[in-house]
Ligand binder design. Structure first.
Ligand code: ADP
Length: 629
């Protein structure tokens, strides 16, 4: 039998498949099954008008078997089949839609071939990623003769007559030998194949059947034993759960689907179903998880929704369907309005995709709002896992999303001793209170211990204790809520110190200029300024900052890679009414050494109450002990 050569462009594609380093080789099965399903659809379509085709047509089904010893996987369909000419034309040339588009993509410069394989698959030839020999036995509905097409790859293919009783096509893939890096034998396994079918082809409209091994009891009483037997089972569910009417898919079923598909053990907090029939028609089933996957905060985590077209998954994770701040959302989008064979760049530009993404964002935010209002416990679970993501969403892109996110944020309220919204805060402000106050710290108790926070609480003002590093940036981005200014308890002019106290402290500062300079020098550059402030009540000192960088921001930047992080300019605020200040005032001239020690102790105290360690804790402890002895 004479060997025929592949047409040159097909050969190129073939080479690519044979030598593929693409890691996701498993998609070959999806491609072969998808072709089989198409073949069944085509026969159905033809039989609507063709009497001969109608007489040959049976209920469409796809059968998959494997043979461990022979190292083969066979996919059989009872679709329209191929004549010898069609085998030649379809499998010897790359003339068909999907593959042709693929080739056009490949011809563009600087393409990452693996990327394209992954995004779109490339049909029949993809089987060469795992197989070293492909055999196609096909009988067309048009003829009584069957043909066998065989190829071992790039060297070409042969076509000959063959035996086949029924109309349809068998694709027999002989798997490559395992290597150190590749385990092809893994596909010769019932569980693995079932899993692949479930993952990629669950929603093919025709049944995909496979013999599966089962166990049953035989005999009775003492003779009771188990035997294994095989049964043909339909592996795919045929109707996608997201295409079922709402009443036919309970939340529990959807959750089971979520756990299965997205490999989570925990039920999500919510499922959002969309059935859109507008400019773009699509169905979506989206999930809001209850906890972050272990890799969520790493580069490994992939944001995106699975994209389906006609029941075939075309992209496992389409990033462009989700904004960054909703990257925790999982789910599926199914639309027939997107072409299967467009490149990733074209997809990004597509108006349809943008319309879907915009709508999805709206629906998810609406659902989060509903949870917050109606199912608070669930929202709290969600917020514990992903609240930080929403906060980053407020801060990023110059705050462009802040308006749609701010009502979804929760902060710890001093007054309520639990998380509340800014709305709740603003609606329950004390008489005469003008601003929304917050205090930052590494923990609630640290934020609570800041003198200015205590003073605000003394006035019966609620204070939000912020413990996430990003929190202060969130507040600075929001700036106001409901026309109320959001201010730090440490901000100047934040209304916590009365005008009288402020003026008085100012005058005292003028009188104490020499002492303040003395203290600053005693601290040897640890602070940029020493001032007196009013209203500090029982507190001797407080640490504040000036300029744009606060202590919390300094901590945040310190964690970033690199050096020369911005540092907060520290201001030591002293209470002129406090005995500690008075003691220093009395002694700094006659006993400067003693006054220096006082200054250092007060500075250490200020650091501690701001949640920071004194630079030399040992020295600080010694000073305190000395004072006590
Ligand atoms: P595509 O499916 O994108 O057109 P493929 O390379 O997967 O490209 O397949 C090439 C062609 O081979 C198909 O268009 C189809 O005409 C034919 N073909 C593949 N598999 C089958 C099958 N199981 N039954 C009938 N025809 C098939």
């Amino acid at each position: 039998m004479r060997k025929k050569l592949f047409k040159s462009e097909s050969k190129r594609l073939l080479d690519l498949m044979i030598n593929s380093i693409y890691t996701n080789k498993e998609i070959f099965l999806r491609e072969i099954i998808s072709n089989a399903s198409d073949a069944i659809d085509k026969l159905h379509y033809i039989s609507l008008t063709d009497e001969n085709a109608r007489s040959k047509r049976e209920n469409g089904e796809i059968n998959i078997t494997f043979d461990k010893d022979a190292r083969t996987i066979t996919v059989s369909d009872n679709g329209l089949g191929m004549t010898a000419d069609e085998l030649e034309e379809n499998l010897g040339t790359i003339a068909k839609s999907g593959s042709l588009k693929f080739k056009e993509e490949m011809d563009k410069k600087d393409r990452d071939e693996n990327d394209i394989i992954g995004q779109f698959g490339v049909g029949f030839y993809s089987a060469f990623m795992v197989a070293d020999e492909l055999t196609v036995i096909s009988r067309s509905y048009k003829e009584d003769t069957a043909y066998i097409w065989k190829s071992e790859g790039a060297s070409g293919y042969t076509i000959a007559e063959a035996e086949k009783d029924t109309v349809g096509t068998d694709i027999i893939m002989h798997l490559k030998t395992d290597t150190d890096n590749e385990n092809y034998s893994e596909y010769l396994n019932e569980y693995r194949l079932k899993n692949l079918i479930k993952t990629y082809s669950d929603y093919i409209r025709h049944p995909i059947k496979m013999p599966v091994e089962k166990r049953r009891e035989v005999g009775e009483g003492e003779d009771k034993t188990y035997e294994t037997y095989t049964e043909i089972e339909t592996v795919n569910s045929m109707v996608p759960i997201w295409q079922r009417p709402k009443k036919d898919a309970s939340d529990e079923e959807c959750f089971a689907f979520y756990k299965d598909k997205f490999h989570d053990y925990t039920d999500p907090v919510s499922v959002v179903r969309i059935n859109a029939d507008g400019l773009v028609s699509y169905k979506a089933m989206l999930f809001i998880p209850a906890k972050a996957p272990f890799d969520y905060f790493t580069k490994e985590y992939k944001k995106g929704l699975a994209l389906y077209s006609n029941g075939v998954m075309i992209m496992e994770s389409c990033e462009d369907l989700l904004p960054e701040h909703l990257r925790f959302v999982k789910g599926v989008v199914d639309t027939n309005d997107l072409s299967l064979n467009i490149s990733r760049e074209m997809l990004q530009q597509s108006h349809e995709l943008k319309a879907i993404a915009t709508n999805i964002e709206k629906k998810i935010k609406a659902e989060l709002k509903r949870l917050l209002e109606k199912e608070t416990d669930k929202y709290l679970t969600f917020f514990a896992a992903f609240g930080i993501q929403l906060k980053y969403g407020v801060v990023s892109d110059y705050g462009i999303n802040k308006d749609s996110l701010m009502d979804l944020l929760l902060f710890y309220s001093a007054k309520n001793e639990k998380l509340i919204t800014l709305k709740e805060y603003s609606e329950n402000m004390a008489e005469g209170q003008e601003n929304i106050y917050y205090s930052c710290g590494d923990s609630i108790s640290a934020a609570k211990g800041i003198p200015a926070a205590v003073i605000a609480r003394d006035k019966d003002y609620d204070v939000l204790y912020l413990t996430d590093e990003v929190d202060e940036f969130v507040m600075k981005t929001l700036m106001t809520y409901n026309e109320k200014k959001i201010v730090s308890v440490l901000d100047e002019d934040n209304g916590l110190v009365s005008e009288d106290d402020r003026k008085k402290a100012e005058e005292q500062a003028k009188d104490s200029e020499e002492l303040l300079t003395f203290i600053k020098e005693a601290l040897e550059g640890a602070v940029s300024e020493v001032t007196l402030v009013g209203g500090l009540k029982d507190f001797a000192v407080s640490l504040n900052t000036k300029g744009g960088i606060t202590l919390e921001m300094e901590k945040y930047f310190a964690q970033m890679p690199g050096e020369n992080h911005p540092r907060a300019e520290r201001v030591l605020e002293l209470n002129p009414e406090h005995s500690a200040f008075k003691a220093m005032k009395n002694c700094y001239k006659d006993e400067p050494e003693k006054a220096k020690k006082y200054a250092k102790i007060l500075h250490g105290e200020a650091l501690l109450s701001a949640g920071l360690m004194p630079e030399d804790p040992f020295d600080f402890c010694n000073l305190v002990s000395e004072l006590l002895s």
